[in-house]
Every structure is written in C-alpha cells, then in structure tokens.
Ligand binder design. Structure first.
Ligand SMILES: O=C(O)c1ccccc1NCC(=O)[C@H](O)[C@H](O)COP(=O)(O)O
Length: 209
C-alpha cells in the first residue's frame, strides 16, 4: 500500500521548508479570507518559489467567484485547485485546471453520490462536517461511511494527527491523507516535529501492508 501526504494551510516559509524536508507530496495554500490559515496570492507566490519539482502545489478555495480564482492563478502556479465549499462540478471544471472536491461527510450514501457528481475531478477529499466551518475543523468523522468501491482517488482528511493516522490509513486505505490542525502549534503555525512524526507514521503503515 502507498498513501501520499498533503500538508494544508501553510503560511510561513519555514513550514513550507519543513514539509518538503519531511517528505510531503503536496502542499496546500488557503485562499479563503475567514480562515486563520488564509494567505494572499502575493504571499503564496513567494512561498511557492521554495517548492521543488515533484511536490504538488494546491490552492484551496471556498465558494470563490471566478474572478477570485483567476486572480490567484495569475500570480500563483497552482498544480491543482481544491474546492472546499458548495461548488458544482460544472463550476469546478470551468478553469481548465485539474481540481479536487471536498465533501463534508455527515451521512451514509453521501460519498457514493459525490463520486458520481464529481466524476470529472482528480480526486474526492472527504472531510468532517461542521455546522459552522467549511473545513480545517480538526475533527474526524466516522470512517465506516467511506465505501470500498471508489471510482476516483480518495483523499482522507479531518482531525488526522500522528496519533490516529496509522489507524486511519490501515482502515481506509486512501490514495492520500490531508492534514492541517494535527501538525500545528497554533492555527496557521506548523510544527516541524509534528509534520515529521505524521509523515513517518504514514510511511510506517504503508510498509506493514
Ligand atoms: O484550514 C482552514 O481554515 C479551512 C477553512 C475552510 C475550508 C477548509 C479549510 N482547510 C481545509 C484543510 O486544511 C484540510 O483539507 C482539512 O479540512 C483537514 O483539516 P484538519 O482537520 O485541521 O486536519
């Protein structure tokens, strides 16, 4: 088994460097004003200059206008768009870029329906539902709701940390895992040791399979 790791919500150069050094496969930048992890296009552009080849750059948006996404794309070389709100598949496809869609899971059957609705995506990210937040909740959801039959790559998110990622990958066998709060000291401030421990746990569970 293999599972890739995306570290999301980076805001500082030292955290970008840490994630790369620890072996992250993808780095996520939040373009959503209300988030404490939000960055401007100019800040992200400077951070992305530090990222070498073969580490993916992901831009996260929540119900953005088309102009907002295009303004970011003008300045930041994103490999992948991540839509984390209530966007439709047609909207997500409208930028001529590869994209993934987040689904906030609260009931059975939801993921199966999302696989169908977002079949043109490069992957489905499953995250915890929250009544007030679109993501970055630090909370896990019931992994038993994830079907074994997956027509798209499944990215597991929501409340992951070094304490539970071994069990999560072992049970769910996702294409990738996505973490934000579980590798932080404070919101938007990552922690080298937590990133390192998290990625080592993912590699450890992948070796045991
Ligand atoms: O990080 C945020 O503040 C955020 C705000 C609104 C939508 C999404 C957001 N973050 C998404 C992520 O960082 C992750 O994809 C995912 O939600 C996991 O977060 P966490 O539970 O903190 O590991």
């Amino acid at each position: 088994m293999s599972a890739r790791v995306k570290i999301c919500g980076l805001t500082r150069p030292e955290d970008v460097d840490a994630a790369i050094e620890c072996g992250a496969d993808a780095l996520g930048f939040v373009f959503y004003g209300p988030s404490p992890r939000s960055v401007t296009a100019d800040q992200a552009a400077a951070l992305v200059r530090r990222i070498p080849a073969f580490v993916s750059v992901v831009g996260l948006f929540v119900n953005p206008s088309q102009q907002e996404v295009e303004a970011v794309l003008d300045k930041v070389p994103l490999d992948l768009l991540q839509f984390h709100g209530d966007e439709t598949a047609a909207y997500c496809s409208g930028f001529g870029r590869r994209w993934i869609k987040a689904v906030r899971v609260r009931e059975s059957g939801q993921i199966e329906r999302a696989f169908e609705e977002f079949r043109d995506s490069a992957g489905l990210l499953v995250d915890a539902w929250d009544p007030e937040k679109y993501g970055g909740t630090g909370r896990a959801f019931n992994w038993d709701l994830i079907p074994e039959d997956r027509p798209l790559p499944l990215i597991l998110a929501g409340g992951l940390s070094s304490a539970n990622v071994f069990a999560a990958v072992n049970q769910v066998k996702p294409w990738a895992v996505d973490v934000s709060g579980g590798v932080e000291q404070n919101k938007g401030i990552k922690d080298f040791q937590k990133i390192s421990h998290f990625i080592k746990e993912v590699h450890r569970v992948c070796k045991t399979d």
